[in-house]
Design a protein around this ligand. Sequence first.
Ligand code: KIV
Ligand code: ZN
Length: 495
Amino acid sequence: MERIYVFDTTLRDGEQVPGCQLNTVEKIQIAQSLESLGVDVIEAGFPVSSPGDFQSVVEISKAVTWPTICALTRAVKNDIEVAAESLKYAKRKRIHTGIGTSDFHILHKFNSNREEILDRAVQAVKYARRFVDDVQFYAEDAGRTDNEYLARVVQAVIDAGATVVNIPDTTGYCFPDEYGAKIKYLIDNVDMKQAILATHCHQDLGMATANTIVGVLNGARQVEVTVNGIGERAGNTSLEEVVMAFKSHKERGFDTNINTQYIYGISRQVSSLMNMPVQPNKAIVGRNAFAHSSGIHQDGVLKNVETYEIIDPKEVGIDDNAILLTARSGRAALKNRLSILGVKLNDEELDKVYQNFLTLADKKKNIRDEDLLMLVGKESRKARIKVEYLQVVCGIGVRDVASIGLNIAGEQFEATATGNGPVDAAIRAVKNIIKRKMKIQEFLIQAIDHGSDDVGKVHMQVEHENKQYYGFAANTDIIAASVEAFIDAVNKFVE
Ligand code: KIV
Ligand code: ZN
């Protein structure tokens, strides 16, 4: 079997999604789960972009042992110095530097020419090699870069000391045959020495996984992926799809180091911490990925599961019997399920989550993984403004009225308002207390499960002083969830 290296960029490219930003503690939790999952490289951030990103790379470097920790830079000396500093605690470290190589980037972004860009690429790699032995170069927009020029750049950066060269289809533009041919052209026309090529595909036309697979079939040996395929715009190649594609097609002769039984747990962990629901029909990890609903399919599966199922759900950590927890479940069962989901709590944290679990289990018969992760997330958020109580009168033929009590930094405030529906009344009541200019730009309510006792998840985008803030909450009461999501967003701009 030929080994394919898995480079996970959930914490860098994935985290660039608006509203999905994580704090350092959450990033460490995900990095530790990625380590258990068995990824080879964790791209932990873009350290020069913000002090928060810098600190996250430092802390992840301390918290993780086996995977290589990678930090992104532009082909700029200061970026490289800052990245090197952020990696100082990493046991294995890599700097990922690069520059746009397509004519679109060269002419319009850099107002430059091919020779100058080639020189900047070489200088960046040489400079990064002064700090670390493992330097990866990315040729941004390689998907739309002329192959002959791209080969010159790849050769030059390998000669300058790059260990891995990343060929991103930054705009998700390539057809699979075109991307495969690009990788083959590079393999045939570049003296690769000890270096390898990496795929980095975006999903704009829905071809990221296909492009990644053909990239490997044509000679790439590293795949750059994110959990659940999250990432800017339509997202990146999803880790679970590529890994399971190779695992399901052993005859192709490729293998990864991924412990696939952890896939489902990390999928739910990332979805919950980033407030990014997984679409029900998402391959491998969607709620319906293994649900057979038509009569013909159910009949076939009952006779022999392989008639319609190419992957045993247990291989990716989906074990339906284990998912259901009820009000009669004890702390140990809760702790066990959380650890499968990649959440490790100390006794005090477990106690708090267990109390919330019992309250929820009283309202909702079966507690699912999403519910548990939501409860854990709730405990980790420390907010300045908290809802003390909310009372709403609503229905048919009555005026919608809401009364709310808020605790703001220890002080109590109360207000009442009417509105066009119960949510509007409740938000108006909040605004009677917090008199700032704020406008809801997006409001999304989603049920997690099927029943009428389900938990509703609310995502809210609130504009304040021309900036966007994102709030999230989940509750069996969707009016309460809406108010809590609004407060969650407000908490991000009130001092
Ligand atoms: O899509 C892209 O080109 C990238 C690079 C920065 C690697 O994310
Ligand atoms: Zn990207």
